[in-house]
Each structure stands twice: as structure tokens, then as C-alpha cells.
Ligand binder design. Structure first.
Ligand code: ATP
Length: 370
């Protein structure tokens, strides 16, 4: 294992101490001297941060450039990233930034068979949690009707950077019945740009999916993501209500990616697509204004289900900590759900800038053009 610049990272505030109940750990807030953001150091061992994945915009050229051999196409699921590992004597779910997520940790028994961590305690399971009842993202794959689901896409190992070989991943998925991300085929770099992979990408797009992650078979660290054109429009539609709270690049990048995707696929623009893009910008913004008129703020409401009330309380504190860091939230309720023993937490996340701008304008304020 590479030596860890832990003391220096702590001294410079690039790593910080955190706790989850009685479990204490250190997390890297930023990339630091070769250690990626999100890396967690705990008494049970160290879990490396999940690395960035480069984005491909031109299939044909990109695949030949990037891959030296066959690769596998997996579906890219639109949710939030978790690394699940047994630390401090029990499996916990870590967010991309290296915080223990009380929500995901609470729901682990619903998300995957946790026997894998008893049999092989050094395993780190990486996956995406997605669904309408998730506490972080408004978007959700259209085929998940309720609650959340886990899609496992990689395995790592405690105290070791990098991904486990593909064969080990498939063996563990089989042995422990892990909920694997959908597999979309195996391709060679020279064939993939043509009909095969493009057709798969179009299928994913038609089903409302986000795109593909392509992983070289022999070198699991070699991977790229390829996002569908439609996913860019969906991102804009979801974000538009928050327009003032996101940088303008968020939107221009997505418009640019959409145009490149269409051209990469040799697709003509249609009147319907033009309208969809326009609607994506306008619907969200209009709804934000309507909400402001009704409620004097712009916000998104989230709901998530917990097995244990104590974990819902821990998540509430987690939200309060985020509020201190500038993400304003307001708890709307914590109630038992029917008779199944679950607890439902409802809260809203306030979009501060658009709320401020609309407040100023609706009270008669003016802006000077920059
Ligand atoms: P970056 O790759 O630069 O970290 P990002 O954090 O903005 O980008 P995305 O653009 O959504 O994230 O793409 C990478 C993320 O996609 C991964 O961190 C992972 O959570 C998610 N993902 C979804 N499906 C897969 C999959 N099949 N394989 C790997 N990652 C996947």
C-alpha cells in the first residue's frame, strides 16, 4: 500500500475527522498527494476514493484511442455513488466525498445481501443508489417506480487502490447474488463505433437511461463514460428551476454535448427535439416562479424511508451539518409509515440564489445588466 500523507493532510485541512455514532474515521475532502478525494481511513482499514471517469464524446475515435483490447459496456445509472465496506465491525455506505451516509447505511439490508461482508470482510462494493425516494437527487431512472435500488458496478478491496479484476467481480456477483448494473455487451475497440454500440446507446436513450460506462476487460482501471443526448436534456429540465444556483457552464456544457451526440450518431435535429430542449429550460424556471409566488421560496421536496428511527435522526443531523456548509434544508416531518416499521423523513432543500433573486424582483427591485 502506498504511504499515506495523513498527518500532513490533516494539518492542512485536506482531510478531516468525522464520526458516525461510535464509529470514528478520517476522510479526504480533496485530492491530496496522490490520495483521491473521498478516501476514508478508519480502524477497520482504508477505502480508496472512487476515481473520476473520463467522458467520451466521439465514439469511433475515442474508443480506438482509449482501449487496447475488448471492453464491456455497462449501463450508466443516474443516482449517487456509494462504496460499501465493513468498517468498525459493520457494513457502512460511504458517499463519493467519504462521509458515512446514514440513509444508505440504514437501508443496506434492503439493497444487497450483506453476507458478502461476513464471508469476505476485505471487499468494497461500489455501486449507484437510484430511485425517486433518494435524499440527494431529484432525477431518477424512469423504471424505478418507488423507493431506491442499488446497482453494483465495481469491486475494490480495503487498503488497496484500483478495481478488482473483471472475473472476480462477476464471480462475486454470482456467489453473493449482488444486484449488478445491467450489462450491455462486449465489444472490440474497432467494431464498437459502428452499428453495435451506437444501437445500444440509442436503446438506453429510448428507455430513459443516462448512458454507458465502457470498461476494458484486461485493465479494469481503463474506462470511459458515454452519455446519451437525451440525458443532457433531462439534466437541464431537472436543473432549470435552480438556474441561478448552478454555474452557467452547467447548461452550456450540456447543450454542447447534446449537439456532439447528435452529430456523432449522424442524427438530424427534429422539431420535437428543439421543442423538448426549449421546454427543458422553460418549464423548470416557470415552476420555480410559481412556487415562489405561492411559498416565498424555491425548493425541492425529498422523502426517504428508514428502517430505524435512530438512523433517520442521524440523517437529520447530517442535513443540519450540510446546512452549516451552506445547503439550506428544512425538515417537514418524520413519521412511521403504515405498519411495516419503516420511518419516512420528508425535508425540503432550498435554492438560495433563485429564492433571493425572485424575492428582490417581486418586491420591485431592479438589476443592472453586467
Ligand atoms: P466524474 O466521473 O468526473 O467523477 P461525476 O462525479 O460528475 O464525474 P458522472 O458524470 O455521473 O459523475 O459519472 C461518473 C459516475 O457514474 C461514477 O462516479 C458512478 O457513481 C456513476 N456510475 C453509474 N453507473 C456506473 C457504472 N456502470 N460504472 C461506473 N460508474 C457508474
Amino acid at each position: 500500500m502506498p504511504t499515506l500523507p495523513l498527518r500532513e493532510a490533516l494539518r492542512q485541512g485536506r482531510a478531516v475527522r468525522a464520526r458516525f455514532g461510535g464509529f470514528r474515521y478520517i476522510r479526504f475532502k480533496d485530492d491530496f498527494q496522490g490520495v483521491p478525494r473521498g478516501t476514508v481511513v478508519a480502524p477497520g482499514g482504508m477505502v480508496w476514493g472512487y476515481p473520476h471517469i473520463g467522458r467520451l464524446l466521439s465514439l469511433e475515435a475515442g474508443l480506438e484511442e482509449h482501449f487496447a483490447g475488448p471492453f464491456q459496456a455497462e449501463e450508466k445509472i443516474d443516482g449517487y455513488n456509494v462504496r460499501i465496506a465493513r468498517l468498525g465491525g459493520r457494513p457502512v455506505a460511504l458517499t463519493r466525498g467519504g462521509l458515512v451516509c446514514p440513509f444508505t447505511t440504514d437501508r443496506l439490508p434492503d439493497l444487497l445481501p450483506t453476507a458478502i461482508f461476513d464471508a469476505e470482510p476485505e471487499r468494497v462494493v461500489c455501486g449507484e443508489v437510484a430511485g425517486p425516494d433518494n435524499p440527494y437527487l431529484e432525477a431518477s431512472p424512469p423504471w424505478i417506480g418507488a423507493d431506491v435500488a442499488l446497482y453494483v458496478f465495481d469491486l475494490m478491496r480495503i487498503n488497496r487502490p484500483g478495481f478488482e479484476p473483471r472475473a472476480d467481480k462477476h464471480a462475486a456477483v454470482e456467489r453473493y447474488d449482488l444486484p449488478a448494473v445491467p450489462f450491455r455487451g462486449r465489444f472490440r475497440p474497432d467494431e464498437a463505433g459502428r452499428a453495435g454500440l451506437r444501437a445500444v446507446s440509442e436503446e438506453v436513450e429510448a428507455a430513459g437511461g443516462e448512458g454507458l460506462v465502457l470498461k476494458e476487460e484486461e485493465r479494469p482501471d481503463k474506462r470511459v463514460k458515454y452519455v446519451t443526448g437525451g440525458a443532457n436534456i433531462a439534466d437541464i429540465a431537472v436543473a432549470a428551476g435552480n438556474m441561478a444556483d448552478l454555474p452557467a457552464d452547467y447548461y452550456t456544457d450540456r447543450v454542447q454535448r447534446l449537439v456532439l451526440y447528435l452529430m456523432d450518431h449522424g442524427r438530424e435535429r427534429t422539431a420535437e427535439l428543439d421543442r423538448e430542449l426549449g421546454r427543458a429550460f422553460l418549464d423548470g424556471l416557470e415552476e420555480a416562479v410559481r412556487q415562489f409566488r405561492r411559498e416565498r421560496h424555491v425548493s425541492r421536496v425529498y422523502r426517504c424511508r428508514f428502517r430505524e428511527r435512530a438512523n433517520a435522526e442521524a440523517f437529520r443531523r447530517h442535513l443540519a451539518a450540510l446546512s452549516d456548509a451552506g445547503v439550506q434544508t428544512r425538515i417537514l416531518g418524520l413519521e412511521p409509515e403504515g405498519k411495516d416499521g419503516y420511518w419516512v423523513l420528508r425535508f425540503e432543500r432550498i435554492a438560495p440564489r433563485i429564492t433571493g433573486i425572485l424575492g428582490h424582483l417581486f418586491s420591485g427591485g431592479v438589476f443592472y445588466d453586467p
